[in-house]
Design a protein around this ligand. Structure first.
Ligand SMILES: [Ca+2]
Ligand SMILES: [Ca+2]
Ligand SMILES: [Ca+2]
Length: 455
């Protein structure tokens, strides 16, 4: 038995060494996986310094990009050097931009902040208009970019009003999901709770007339009390001490909704119940950023995921990619089954860069397009981030998706050899199973219990 174990250990070490050597490639530095090094896909020009959400139109295959341009504002939080409404662009496979429209501003602020964008089953594009940086009094909106035959007509309608910090957007079937990152209620600094936010869901039927000619937008109740709020999370103080709640959101092939908190990197999954309904009480914490051990080995040893900006799901690989704004990093994880936890691994990370070398300059949103993982660089730093300053032009970088597939195959082979269950960052002391739902408020206590259960 002892000999068998020793043989297994030698075998897995050999395999591990080979895998790492393959990942490093020839002449690579220890800090890099050269095969997945991002390259410059699009130079967005000096006019576009804070880009954000992307969507591929299901009818035409065209890629759209929102540019809110928050990064350069005057003393009264009004944008300088740009359209006050921000822009919608079509981005070609060659990275060239075609301006589609400037978004209509909210009268009260004179600004619009187009962030998350997704394609609805009605052929229109739906957009989170984030007004938070101009006015914090729940005046963010959901907009509809009206399309005909898969192409924007130039008309934009206001569909929903009453959000505070509208951020990420995703559709699944006839359901639209979006995040509001700041409710600013229930915070309790002494208890380490810095903020809160939520996820909302509307069916196409509910919103199809809203904001159309002669019809008013839907006005939602502020915070978690609206019946459309399907997830409500508080933000536990961590790392930089950011209070921002749910940000990135995506839906997997089975209709499970995944979302993460910008302020601390916690990840959650909301699964539909037996009736296909999404309910707050079914939200599971699948990644406990507070109690994670950090990367256990390799060039990123010690690194922790403590910020989840945009996330995106790729069905072919069955992986979700996380934009880590704080660390200038992209993580990925395999969606887990109910009651289990995920194990994010680093795909790429780099130090501060102005983005013109193709490296990450505060990644905020990603999407798979034309054989590449495209990553938008938000480049509007907050204190404590690797990104040091706003440096136009804005950039989108690209990682060869075939190389990501090879890397995932190697990881799966390696894990198959070890025959292991999902773990948090490979820490052997922590198992994959969690008993029942977990949430952040008692994350500390439960994690301690979980560790004991796994001894
Ligand atoms: Ca975001
Ligand atoms: Ca830049
Ligand atoms: Ca920068």
């Amino acid at each position: 038995m002892k000999n068998l174990f020793a043989a297994f250990l030698v075998l897995s070490c050999c395999f591990c060494a080979t895998a790492v050597a393959q990942e490093r490639g020839q002449g690579a530095t220890r800090m890099e996986r050269p095969n997945v090094k991002p390259t410059l896909f699009a130079n967005l020009g000096d006019e576009n310094y804070t880009p954000d959400g992307m969507a591929v139109h299901t009818q035409t295959g065209a890629l759209y990009l929102n540019v809110p341009n928050f990064g350069l504002t005057d003393d009264s939080n009004k944008k300088i050097n740009s359209a006050q409404g921000g822009y919608l662009y079509e981005v070609g496979k060659d990275g060239k931009l075609t301006k589609i429209l400037e978004y209509p501003v909210l009268e009260r602020t004179g600004q619009a902040g187009p962030m998350g964008i997704a394609n609805g089953p009605d052929g229109n594009l739906y957009v989170c208009d984030n007004q938070y940086f101009h006015d914090k009094d729940y005046c963010s909106r959901i907009l509809r970019v009206v399309c005909e035959n898969g192409k924007p007509t130039g008309k934009v309608q206001v569909v929903i009003e009453g959000l505070k910090l509208a951020n990420g957007m995703a559709w699944f079937g006839d359901k639209m999901f979006f995040t509001d990152s700041c409710f600013d209620i229930d915070s309790d600094e002494a208890a380490g709770i810095l903020g809160s936010g939520g996820v909302f869901m509307f069916t196409l039927d509910e919103l199809k007339d809203a904001g159309t000619d002669g019809n008013a937008p839907i006005k939602i109740k502020a915070g978690p009390d609206d019946s459309h709020c399907v997830a409500y999370q508080k933000v536990v103080k961590l790392g930089r001490g950011d209070n921002t709640g749910p940000d990135g959101i995506c839906v997997d092939k089975d209709g499970n909704v995944w979302f993460g908190l910008f302020g601390n990197g916690f990840i959650f999954c909301l699964r539909p119940d037996a009736n296909g309904e999404y309910k707050k009480e079914n939200v599971e914490n699948v990644f406990d950023a507070l109690n994670q051990p950090g990367v256990q080995r390799g060039p990123y040893q010690g690194l922790k995921l403590e910020c989840c900006d945009g996330i995106c799901y790729n069905e072919k690989l069955n992986r979700i990619f996380i934009d880590d704004s704080v660390n200038n990093a992209i993580w990925m994880f395999k969606p887990c089954a109910k009651g289990e936890t995920i194990r994010p691994t680093i795909l790429w990370k780099n130090d501060d860069s102005d983005g013109m070398d193709g490296l990450l300059d505060q990644p905020c949103e990603a999407i798979v397009f034309d054989g590449k993982l495209l990553i938008v660089c938000f480049d509007w730093p907050f204190p404590g981030m690797v990104n040091g300053k706003v440096d136009p032009p804005g950039t989108i970088c690209a990682i060869d998706f075939a190389e990501i597939e090879k890397l995932v195959q190697r990881q799966e082979q390696f894990q198959g050899q070890r025959g292991n269950a999902p773990r948090a960052n490979g820490d052997r002391s922590r198992g994959g199973r969690v008993n029942g739902n977990r949430n952040q408020e008692n994350g500390r206590r439960r994690a301690g219990r979980q560790q004991n259960e796994n001894r």
